[in-house]
Design a protein around this ligand. Structure first.
Ligand SMILES: Cc1cc2nc3c(=O)[nH]c(=O)nc-3n(C[C@H](O)[C@H](O)[C@H](O)COP(=O)(O)OP(=O)(O)OC[C@H]3O[C@@H](n4cnc5c(N)ncnc54)[C@H](O)[C@@H]3O)c2cc1C
Length: 412
C-alpha cells in the first residue's frame, strides 16, 4: 500500500508532460492494476487512470481477503486458475510481498447437485467421509449434503495489499499512475492513423496507441456513453461479514491450523475464509445481493436479509464454533458485477474502435483470483492483438466476448 501511495506523486508530475502512451488502462481495481503491471513489464509506456483514490472502498477489489480455488463447475476456468496461481507466485517473488496463504478448499451442497458434482470432479476434490472428524468437527451439514475437499492449490489472497503490489510493480516498471482522474470519454484519435484520445473530467487529454477498459461496475455506463455498446453487467450490493469465533476455538479455525476456505452450492450460497486477517474473527458471508447503481448506492440495502441468512446457516452448520446470536462483528459493503451467465467479458470493443480498445469487465463475483492471468491477456491483446499466454495455457479467450454475446450498436 505504502509503495503505491509513495510512487504516485512522482509519477503524477511526469504524466503532465507526457501525454502519449502505448497503453492507457482505465480503472485501477485488481484487473486494471494487473493489466498495467503486465503491460509495463513488457516495456510499454503505460498510463493507469483511476477515478477515485487508489485502494478506495467503492468498487469490487478492496478488503482483506479473497478465495483462490480450483473448484469450478465450468472446465474453461481451470487452465485460467492454474495459470493465475503460477503468476501469483511469480509476482510475490518479484515484489517481495506475501499475498497468498495456502489453504484447502471445502466444497459442499446438496448431494446430487450437478454444479457441485462438476466442481468437485474438475478440482479433483475428495469426498470427506466423516466431517465430524475433520477440523475439530466445526461443520455440521444437513443430511443429504455432499462435502469434498481439495487439499492443494487453494488459499487466501490479501486483496487490497495485492492491488497495491501490482500498482507498485507497474510504477517500478515505468508506468505512470494517476488517481482522482475520472475518464469521461474515449475517442478515436482525431488525426487518424489509429490510436485513441482519453479524456478526463478534469479536462486532460491523453493519447494512447491502445486503451484497456477495466472499470468494473461502471462498465455498462462508460461503454454506453463511449461507444453506444450495451453490455448487460448488473452491479449487486454485496456484504462481507466477520463473526466472532467462540472462546477456545480461535486457534482451530485459523489458516495456520489448516482450516479450509469453503463454499456452498446450496441455499444459502455461503462462503467462508479461515481466521487470518483479524484474530478471533472469521469471515462467513453469502453470494449475491440486491441490484445497485454504483453512483448512488444505498449502503444498507440487503444488509439485514444477508446477515439473517448467514446467521441462520451458522446456527445450523457451525454453531459450536462461531457466535451468530450477537450478529456479525464487522460488515463491509462491496459490489459484484454480474453478467447474465456469470462469465467474464474479455474482448476487443470492436466497431469504430476495432482492436484499439480492449475490454475486461463483468467478473461476476469470482474474478480476483484470476486477475494476474486476465491482466496478462488484456495487456497482450492491447500490445500484440492477441494473447499468446492464453493460447499457451489452453485458455481460449475468444468466446468471452462483447460481440458474440451481446447486442451492440455495431450489430456484432
Ligand atoms: C464481497 C466480495 C467477495 C468476493 N470474493 C471473491 C473471492 O473469494 N474470489 C475471487 O476470485 N473473487 C471474489 N470476488 C470478486 C472480485 O473481487 C472481483 O471480480 C474483482 O475485484 C473485480 O475487479 P475489477 O478490477 O473488475 O473491478 P473494481 O475493483 O471495481 O475496479 C474498477 C475500477 O475502475 C474505476 N473506474 C470506474 N469508472 C472509471 C472511470 N470512468 N475512470 C477511471 N476509473 C474508473 C473504479 O473506481 C474502480 O477502481 C468477490 C467480490 C466481492 C464484492
Amino acid at each position: 500500500m505504502a509503495a503505491a501511495a509513495l510512487a504516485h506523486p512522482l509519477q503524477a508530475s511526469s504524466a503532465s508532460h507526457r501525454s502519449q502512451f502505448d497503453v492507457i488502462v482505465v480503472g485501477a481495481g485488481i484487473i486494471g492494476s494487473c493489466t498495467a503491471h503486465a503491460a509495463a513489464s513488457r516495456g510499454a509506456r503505460v498510463l493507469l487512470l483511476e477515478r477515485f483514490d487508489f485502494l478506495h472502498h467503492l468498487g469490487s477489489s478492496h478488503g482483506e481477503s479473497r478465495i483462490i480455488r480450483d473448484a469450478y463447475s465450468k472446465p474453461r476456468y481451470l487452465p485460467m486458475v492454474r495459470l493465475a496461481r503460477r503468476l501469483w507466485s511469480d509476482v510475490e517473488a518479484e515484489s517481495g510481498y506475501r499475498v497468498y496463504t495456502p489453504a484447502p478448499h471445502l466444497s459442499f451442497g446438496p448431494r446430487g447437485d450437478a454444479t457441485l458434482l462438476a466442481a468437485v470432479e474438475n478440482a479433483g476434490a475428495v469426498e470427506v467421509d466423516d466431517l465430524s472428524k475433520r477440523w475439530g468437527g466445526a461443520f455440521r451439514l444437513p443430511d443429504g449434503s455432499l462435502a469434498a475437499v481439495s487439499e492443494h492449490g487453494g488459499g487466501v489472497l490479501n486483496a487490497s495489499k495485492a492491488m497495491a503490489m501490482f500498482q507498485a510493480l507497474a510504477v517500478k516498471n515505468g508506468a505512470v499512475v494517476r488517481d482522482n482522474s475520472e475518464v469521461v470519454a474515449v475517442e478515436k484519435a482525431p488525426e487518424g492513423g489509429g490510436g485513441v484520445a482519453v479524456k478526463t473530467s478534469g479536462g486532460e487529454v491523453f493519447r494512447g496507441a491502445k486503451c484497456v477498459v477495466t472499470v468494473g461496475a461502471w462498465a455498462s455506463k462508460l461503454l454506453r456513453s463511449v461507444a453506444g455498446v450495451e453490455i448487460p453487467i448488473q452491479p449487486l450490493q454485496t456484504l462481507t461479514l466477520y463473526w466472532r469465533i467462540k472462546p477456545g476455538r480461535e486457534e482451530s479455525l485459523t489458516a495456520k491450523a489448516g482450516f479450509p476456505t469453503f463454499s456452498s452450492t446450496g441455499e444459502p450460497p455461503v462462503y467462508g475464509i479461515p481466521s487470518l486477517e483479524i484474530p478471533g474473527l472469521i469471515k462467513i458471508s453469502c453470494d449475491g445481493g440486491p441490484p445497485c447503481d454504483p453512483d448512488s448506492r444505498d449502503w444498507a440495502a440487503g444488509d439485514r436479509e444477508v446477515t439473517e441468512r448467514v446467521a441462520r446457516w451458522i446456527e445450523v452448520a457451525m454453531k459450536d464454533h462461531v457466535e451468530a446470536a450477537g450478529g456479525p462483528v464487522i460488515r463491509q459493503a462491496c459490489m459484484s458485477c454480474m453478467t447474465p451467465d456469470s462469465d467474464f467479458v474479455i474482448d476487443f470493443l470492436g466497431g469504430e474502435f476495432g482492436e484499439d480498445v480492449v475490454v475486461g469487465v463483468g467478473f461476476s463475483g469470482h474474478g480476483f483470483k484470476m486477475a494476474p492471468a486476465v491482466g496478462k491477456f488484456l495487456a497482450e491483446m492491447a500490445i500484440d492483438g492477441k494473447s499468446s499466454t492464453a493460447a499457451e495455457a489452453g485458455v481460449c479467450v475468444w468466446g468471452w466476448g462483447v460481440g458474440w454475446r451481446y447486442t451492440s450498436a455495431y450489430g456484432t
